[in-house]
Write a protein that binds this ligand. Structure first.
Ligand SMILES: Cc1ncc(COP(=O)(O)O)c(C=O)c1O
Length: 383
């Protein structure tokens, strides 16, 4: 059976060029980048080359990139490494759980936290951030692009509001990176989280951009790796793969990737809305990443849709990968006021490997699957 993967916000396939860059690191080039002999120094040179490649993707200085084990660690480090008891933190209700759970832990550590909502399109409102500011606000954390809807947030504007109040600004750019161009200077952020596996790099590696002069306490205790900001032997193969993925992402932008990907996403989204009665796009009126569409199908249980599509060889998702299978409705859609729609909402997230032909195959399948599920739904039967 042919397999079509439309769940690229959960993770992406490794590009062959990335695998080729990583392979030598496992056997002949296996050194510890902390060792002073030649094997170690070769590894160090590779880590530093990758740091340059990742820095180029976000327009930062090389030394401002701290390698981590992925998006969750980057978010945890940004929040927990910066804030102390007595400080105040602002985050949005649509953040990934890596940020929201960090906020919860901070509250247990006597940090005050304010969670600001979003509008019906899934956009965090500047006024809400402004109103939440307090004299002791240390950090504002609002993501660049939401993982469930793809909706882009006004990160630069929020950074300016935070800075006016002498607070720092962190943005989780895990779902924005390699889909929209990022410049840490244009955003004006102090911290920015990245994860390699969302951009055709390997799983288990990521980075936190930390603006020069930002005092960050390491969360992991041990050696002085990553200039004292993240203890632990560097994940050589992962970091090399991440660097190569960053380099390829820049080429993709240069070759008009954004335009092609949005055209594919629009073809899918418009096709579904044309052929499925009642289908509507969540966050569809907002600016979004080019690969994501979140569509609500009234009268359909999201889990049932995912399973039915999977049986046809198509991988999609009900939302964040970690909450798929959970019975709780998506906190993002609930924050958008879409509590009713949340149970029947599906995220289609495209990747660089997907084709128009795959989109057309999915377009052929979706109306039938929705029709069948609606026939089985007692709530829909009377409509
Ligand atoms: C917006 C966002 N932040 C953070 C993460 C966590 O990243 P990782 O899986 O690399 O820990 C994810 C993963 O889905 C995400 O979408």
């Amino acid at each position: 059976m042919r397999r079509i993967y439309f769940d690229n916000n959960a993770t992406t396939p490794l590009l062959p060029q990335v695998l080729a860059a990583m392979q030598p690191c496992f056997i002949e080039g296996f050194g510890n980048a902390g060792s002073i002999h030649q094997v170690g120094q070769r590894a160090r040179a590779q880590v530093e080359a990758a740091r340059e490649q990742v820095a180029a993707l976000v327009g930062s200085r090389t030394a401002e990139i701290v390698f981590t084990s992925g998006g969750t660690e980057g978010d945890n480090l940004a929040l927990m490494g910066l804030v102390k008891a007595g400080d105040h933190v602002i985050a949005s209700a649509i953040e990934h759980h890596a940020v929201l759970a960090s906020c919860q832990r901070l509250q247990e550590m006597c940090v005050e936290v304010t969670i600001v909502g979003c509008d019906a399109n899934g956009v965090v409102q500047l006024e809400a951030v402004r109103e939440a500011l307090r004299p002791n606000t240390k950090l504002v954390s609002v993501m660049m692009a939401n993982n469930e809807t793809g909706v882009l947030q006004p990160a630069a504007e929020i950074a300016a509001i935070a800075h006016n109040a002498n607070a720092l600004f962190h943005t989780d750019a895990v779902q924005a990176a390699a889909k929209v161009p990022i410049s840490v200077e244009e955003i004006g952020c102090d911290l920015l989280t990245l994860a390699a596996h969302k951009m055709n790099g390997p799983q288990g590696v990521g980075a936190l951009y930390v603006r020069r002069g930002t005092l960050l306490q390491s969360r992991q205790l041990g050696g002085r790796h990553e200039r004292g900001r993240r203890a632990g032997t560097e994940n050589l193969a992962g970091i090399v793969g991440f660097g190569r993925a960053a380099e390829l992402a820049i080429e993709w932008f240069d070759n008009g990737g954004v335009k092609q990907m949005s055209a594919l996403r629009d073809r899918l989204e418009q096709g579904i809305c044309r052929t499925v009665p009642g289908a509507s796009v969540n966050g569809g009126l907002a600016a979004r990443t080019p690969n994501t569409t979140n569509i609500s199908f009234p009268g359909v249980e999201g889990e049932g849709f995912v399973i039915a599509m999977d049986l046809l060889g198509v991988a999609v998702s009900t939302g964040a990968a970690c909450s798929s299978g959970a019975t709780e409705p998506s906190h993002v859609l609930v924050a958008m006021g879409l509590t009713e729609q949340a149970r029947g909402s599906i995220r289609f997230s495209l990747g660089k490997q997907n084709t128009a032909e795959e989109v057309d195959f999915v377009l052929e399948m979706v109306p039938g699957v929705v029709h069948k599920l609606r026939e089985l739904s007692p709530a829909w039967a009377g409509k």
